[in-house]
Ligand binder design. Structure first.
Ligand SMILES: NC(=O)c1ccc[n+]([C@@H]2O[C@H](COP(=O)([O-])OP(=O)(O)OC[C@H]3O[C@@H](n4cnc5c(N)ncnc54)[C@H](O)[C@@H]3O)[C@@H](O)[C@H]2O)c1
Length: 242
């Protein structure tokens, strides 16, 4: 379909994913949102599927059957969870669950998306929402940090294997962004001060800071950018306090 812009967004019911859907609709995309929770956008170009992304057969089927590709095609993977507990207390089941949600679903969604494009000889883009936790260790987040390191690796692998099919794959690595996932931080003034001290930019990260990076990576302006990660962290990962 000429001029048809089409996106799939996982984790579309909240936080960064929800804001990404709004930003993509504004940019002219049709959006297929996938989340375990229901979601709405005040736009008829938004379609929602309630699905747990750990149901990988169904995830592959939904992307294969319900995503209608066009001229500009985009996958944004936002569905994610994290634990906060010491490694000693982290159960094997919870470790596996976090990896299933944060990493395996990214693999399955990306593979299904790419294969859907290849079947129609179309090009596209993947933007994975990773994290600074894909580059640094953090206390009490062993499964999360592992999953986000893996997501950065997956991003590079998709960039490598699908370049020949005109698919670019990149990631964004947010620092602390105020969303339901991080909301509890903001009821603790010491924690807020610690977050701000760790950044080079004093303000608190907002979902639209991440959405703008996603839109840039999806755009033709970024046609020479693949396999890379854009940090959206106020400089948090760039320096250490002494
Ligand atoms: N907020 C931050 O500071 C921050 C920083 C770095 C990276 N991230 C990443 O950004 C992404 C979005 O996080 P957010 O802050 O917007 O969190 P959020 O909790 O607001 O949104 C996460 C969404 O993922 C969905 N989800 C979770 N598990 C799912 C499952 N099994 N199946 C389907 N949907 C599922 C939730 O229902 C929710 O809508 C996550 O991958 C997170 O790791 C967030």
């Amino acid at each position: 379909m000429p001029g048809f812009k089409s996106a799939v967004v996982t984790g579309s019911a909240s936080g960064i994913g929800q804001a990404a859907c709004a930003g993509l609709l504004k940019a002219g995309y049709h959006v297929l949102g996938i989340d375990r929770n229901t979601a709405e956008q005040a736009d008829e170009r938004y379609e929602h599927v309630v699905l747990d992304v750990t149901d990988t057969d169904e995830l592959a089927r939904v992307i294969g059957d319900r995503f209608t590709p066009g001229d500009d095609n985009l996958l944004v993977t936002c569905a994610g969870q994290r634990e906060i507990c010491h490694t000693r207390e982290l159960t094997h089941a919870r470790f596996r669950e976090i990896l299933d949600i944060n990493t395996t679903s990214v693999f399955v969604a990306s593979q299904s998306f790419c294969e859907r494009l290849i079947s129609e000889s179309l090009s596209g883009n993947i933007v994975n929402v990773a994290s600074v936790s894909g580059f640094l260790g953090e206390p009490n987040r062993t499964a999360y940090v592992t999953s986000k390191h893996a997501t950065i690796g997956l991003t590079k692998q998709f960039a490598v294997d699908y370049a020949q099919f005109s698919v670019r794959a990149n990631a964004v690595a947010p620092g602390v962004i105020r969303t339901p996932m991080t909301e509890e931080y903001f009821s603790d003034s010491d924690q807020v001060a610690r977050i701000q001290r760790g950044q080079l930019v004093p303000n608190i990260g907002e979902v639209d800071d991440v959405v703008r990076a996603i839109l840039f990576l999806a755009d033709q302006d970024a046609k020479f950018v693949t396999g890379s990660t854009v940090f959206v962290d106020g400089g948090w990962s760039a320096a250490k306090d002494l």
